[in-house]
Write a protein that binds this ligand. Structure first.
Ligand SMILES: Nc1nc2c(ncn2[C@@H]2O[C@H](COP(=O)(O)OP(=O)(O)O)[C@@H](O)[C@H]2O)c(=O)[nH]1
Ligand SMILES: [Mg+2]
Length: 300
C-alpha cells in the first residue's frame, strides 16, 4: 500500500485487446495499492473475450478505442484524459506498479518518465530483448537521449504536453513516437521497474520489431531532421573529399586528369556541403521554434 495519489492528478490508462486473464489481476493490484477505480481507464480494442466485462465489474472506466491497434488506443486515451499526468501500462500483469509514486514525484522535472524493465528481464522473450536493445540504441543515437528501454509499455507523461501531438501524430510505433515528441517538449528520464511473466498471449511479432526500427528512422525525419541530414551529409562528404584528394594529387603531381572521378568527387562534396547547410538551417529553425514556444509559455 502506498500513499494515495489524488485522482485529479493521475489517470492510469490500460490498453487492452483480449486480455481476460491479465486484466483482473492488473486492476486488483492497482486498487490494492490505493488507486481509485475511477482513476483507472481501460481503452479496449474490441476484445472478443471477457476483458470488458471483467474490467467493468471492477468499477473502472472502460471506453472503446477509436481506430485500430494499440497506437490508436493510446491516442484515444490522450483525447479523453484531463488529469495533469497519465500513466500507461499493459493489461497483462507484466508491469509491477509499485514505482508509480516514484515516477509521479519526478514529473515536476520531466515531461516523461519511462519504467525501464531492468529487473526481470528474463521474462521478456529473448528475441524482444535483443530487438529492444538495438531499437533503444538507434533511438538514443538519433534523438540524443540516454534512455534504457524506449519501448517499455509503462510510462508516465505530462498530459498537456502530450496532447500537443494529437493533431500531428503519425500513428508510428506509439512508445517511440511519444518519446520522440516528448523529447522535443522537455526532458525524459527512466527509472528501474520490475517486469513479470506475461499472463495470456502476446500480440507483437519479430516483423513488428523491424517495422519499429524503420519507424524510428521516419520519426527522426519528422521530429529531428537535423541529425538525419547531418549523417547523410557526412556520408557524402567523406568519399567526396577522399576521391577529390586522389584526383587533385594525380592532376598536380602526375598531370593526369580523371574525367569521371573528378565530377563524381565534386558532386559528392557539393551534395555533402549542401546537406550540411540544410542541417544547420533545420537546427536554426528548431531553436527558433523552441524560443517561440518558451515565449508563448511565459506569457500564459
Ligand atoms: N486497445 C487495444 N489494446 C491493444 C491492442 N493490441 C494490444 N493491446 C494491448 O496493449 C498492451 C500491450 O500488448 P502486448 O501484447 O502485451 O505487447 P508486448 O507487451 O509488447 O508483448 C496489452 O495490454 C494488450 O492487450 C489493440 O489493438 N487495441
Ligand atoms: Mg505486454
Amino acid at each position: 500500500m502506498q500513499a494515495k495519489v489524488d485522482p485529479d492528478k493521475l489517470t492510469i490508462v490500460i490498453p487492452t485487446k483480449d486480455e481476460e486473464d491479465g486484466i483482473g489481476p492488473t486492476i486488483d493490484e492497482l486498487i490494492q495499492m490505493g488507486f481509485e477505480p475511477g482513476q483507472i481507464l481501460v481503452v479496449d480494442g474490441d476484445s472478443r473475450d471477457r476483458t470488458v466485462e471483467i474490467a467493468r465489474s471492477k468499477g473502472v472506466n472502460v471506453i472503446r478505442q477509436d481506430g485500430v491497434g494499440k497506437a490508436d488506443a493510446i491516442l484515444t486515451a490522450l483525447k479523453n484524459v484531463d488529469t495533469e499526468y497519465m500513466l500507461v501500462m499493459d493489461g497483462d500483469y507484466t508491469y509491477d506498479p509499485s514505482k508509480i509514486g516514484e515516477m509521479l514525484s519526478l514529473m515536476d522535472k520531466y515531461v516523461e518518465v519511462i519504467g525501464a524493465r531492468v529487473e526481470g528481464r528474463e521474462n521478456i522473450p529473448w528475441i524482444n530483448r535483443i530487438g529492444n536493445r538495438i531499437l533503444t540504441w538507434i533511438f538514443n543515437t538519433l534523438f540524443g537521449t540516454c534512455l534504457r528501454d524506449v519501448l517499455s509499455g509503462m510510462y508516465m507523461v505530462n498530459v498537456e504536453k502530450a496532447k500537443l501531438m494529437l493533431g500531428k501524430a503519425t500513428g508510428f510505433s506509439i512508445e517511440a513516437e511519444i518519446a520522440a515528441h516528448m523529447s522535443c517538449e522537455g526532458d525524459i528520464t527512466d527509472i528501474d521497474i520490475r517486469y513479470r511473466k506475461r499472463v495470456g498471449k502476446p500480440k507483437l511479432s519479430v516483423l513488428d520489431g523491424v517495422k519499429i526500427g524503420w519507424n524510428i528512422i521516419k520519426l527522426t525525419w519528422y521530429y529531428n531532421p537535423f541529425l538525419l541530414i547531418f549523417t547523410l551529409g557526412t556520408l557524402l562528404l567523406i568519399p567526396g573529399i577522399i576521391i577529390g584528394a586522389y584526383v587533385l594529387y594525380d592532376f598536380i603531381f602526375l598531370h593526369k586528369l580523371h574525367r569521371i572521378l573528378t565530377p563524381v568527387s565534386l558532386i559528392f562534396t557539393l551534395a555533402g556541403l549542401i546537406s550540411f547547410l540544410f542541417a544547420i538551417l533545420f537546427l536554426y529553425l528548431r531553436r527558433m521554434e523552441l524560443r517561440v514556444i518558451r515565449a508563448i509559455e511565459k506569457r500564459r
